[in-house]
Design a protein around this ligand. Structure first.
Ligand SMILES: [Zn+2]
Length: 500
């Protein structure tokens, strides 16, 4: 997920051969829950410690209003579906086992990579094995950026390797120069010509997760990643190194897309670990500090990819659609289990659960695993171009990780939101009964703009950005119970939207 895309998005934004391959039988692996980090001592001007200090997440609470009905006041068909889905999710680990296969077999899945295409084929084959209707691949042309070899090190006044990751879409290049450290994009503008020919380090800290407000601070902070290169280039900088967009670090760099601006020189751009950003800030305060940076990144011609699609065909109104999905591509680090392999497996599992339980609703539920969310949104655009004229009654995207279930964010008219909030008690058993206004997802944002009722699955995100776009986004962080209950919550919400 990229910025405006994935989280922020509370409101926000080919001729390909038919799939042939199917792969593998699932290995079974038990996982660990999220590791807990110790906190290094450290008072650092401007930034604070780089790990630790998080509190446990708050328990979810039903967003009840005076008009929220009791469960027994809701139509029996929905109460029955909720009871059966909740019971089915208990102790079940199928979504987690599927994610293990996806992540271990194919690894990370950047647009243009073979691993992405093999993973897409596997998801289609899985949906076929699950007995869903019309499993297929719909062609999408995607950007093809490759990272190449990367290295950065301090060469004066000390010699020290730095841990970096080029930002998605960066140009390659070799640069040696003096470091200038700023703490915001605004400071780049203020210092202006003073930064000419420098390697600008943007050491803006992301505040810790705010449990009381359920606020990640991602939206405020990620601008340094998206716009740092352009702002630094405008004042003549030769390269930019941005502090990774995370509040916690065990020296993991976090990548993500940047945006170059037309007419502004494209300069090399990479993310630093929090630890290395702090090191450079300390060194630069003491005196002239020189860094060497080498990025091997290249942009190749567009590549063929595809959206993976299958349906649970509606029994009365099959031409009316509820989309459920996530994005199958990932960054080229870790294995993309959290962003967004988990969301994709939730959607596959949600449809499979409904089918297994015989909960076939009046309207069609369509699973869409979008390609290229991270660095182009081409899958979203292609889906909208091909299907935007069909009658979509709602769309649900899961792209904010696989934390403990919490609920959904809903973007629609106040009446639509209120009408859906009446169903909140159905989700109590899954721990997913917070139904709040504001939600969606990057991949469904073209539908949202058309006025389609749009929902984001909103699990606990307090640890999400510790992993996001980093080498630490690996399968061992996924909790099987959280994943399964999120899948069941998605199934129940899709059922409500497609049946009511
Ligand atoms: Zn994502």
């Amino acid at each position: 997920m990229r910025l405006a895309s994935c989280l922020l998005l509370a409101a926000a934004v080919s001729a390909c051969p038919a799939p042939k391959s199917s792969e593998t039988a699932p290995p079974m692996i038990r996982g660990e829950s999220m590791p807990v980090g110790g906190m290094p001592p450290g008072s650092h001007a401007g930034a604070g410690p780089v790990f630790g200090g998080d509190k446990p997440s708050l328990p979810s609470a039903t967003a009840v209003s005076a008009t929220t009905p009791r469960v027994d006041e809701l139509p029996p068909v929905f109460v029955d579906a909720a009871e059966r889905l909740t019971a089915a999710a208990l102790g079940r680990t199928r979504a987690w086992e599927l994610l293990a296969v996806l992540s271990d077999t194919f690894g990370h899945r950047l647009s243009g990579s073979r691993s992405l295409e093999k993973a897409i084929d596997w998801t289609i084959a899985q949906m076929k094995r699950d007995g869903l209707d019309n499993p297929r691949r719909e062609k999408v042309m995607v950007p093809h950026w490759v990272r190449g070899a990367e290295r950065a090190r301090v060469v004066a006044p000390i010699e020290r390797d730095l841990v970096i990751l080029g930002l998605g879409g960066t140009v390659g290049g070799k640069v040696r120069g003096e470091v200038a450290v700023v703490e915001s994009l605004a400071e780049i503008v203020t210092r202006g010509a003073e930064l000419r020919d420098k390697i600008v380090v943007v050491n803006q800290a992301m505040p810790r997760f705010d449990h009381a407000r359920n606020e990640t601070h991602y939206g405020d902070t990620v601008r340094i990643r998206g716009s740092g290169a352009t702002e630094a280039a405008k004042v003549g900088a030769r390269a930019v190194l941005v502090r990774s967009v995370t509040a916690n670090s065990l020296r993991s760099p976090h990548t993500g897309a940047l945006r170059y601006e037309d007419g502004v020189k494209k300069i090399p751009a990479a993310a630093l670990t929090l630890e290395d950003a702090e090191l450079l800030a300390r060194l630069a305060r003491r005196g002239k500090t020189t860094v060497e940076l080498s990025l091997g990144a290249k942009t190749l011609p567009d590549s063929v990819s595809g959206n993976a699609i299958a349906e649970l065909r509606g029994r009365e109104l099959p031409d009316e659609i509820v989309v459920i999905g996530g994005h199958i591509d990932s960054w080229d680090v870790g294995d993309g289990s959290t962003d967004d392999g988990g969301g994709c497996m939730m959607a596959i599992e949600a449809a499979a659960l409904l089918k297994e339980l015989g909960l076939v609703p009046r309207r069609t539920i369509r699973v869409v695993l979008f390609t290229n969310e991270e660095n182009g949104l081409r899958g979203a655009k292609a889906y909208h171009a091909a299907h935007g004229k069909e009658k979509h009654v709602a769309a649900i995207e899961a792209d904010t990780g696989s934390g403990a279930p919490r609920g959904f964010g809903i973007s629609g008219t106040p009446e639509q939101v209120a009408a859906l909030q009446r169903f909140a008690p159905l989700f109590d058993g899954l721990g997913a009964s917070v139904l709040e206004a504001g939600g969606g997802g990057a991949d469904i944002s073209p539908l949202t703009k058309d006025g389609v009722l749009s929902l984001g699955l909103h699990p606990d995100v307090s640890a999400y950005f510790d992993l996001h776009h980093s080498p630490a986004d690996t399968f061992d962080k996924i909790d099987p119970d959280h994943l399964e209950r999120n899948a069941a919550a998605m199934a129940l919400m899709a059922f409500v939207l497609a049946e009511r």
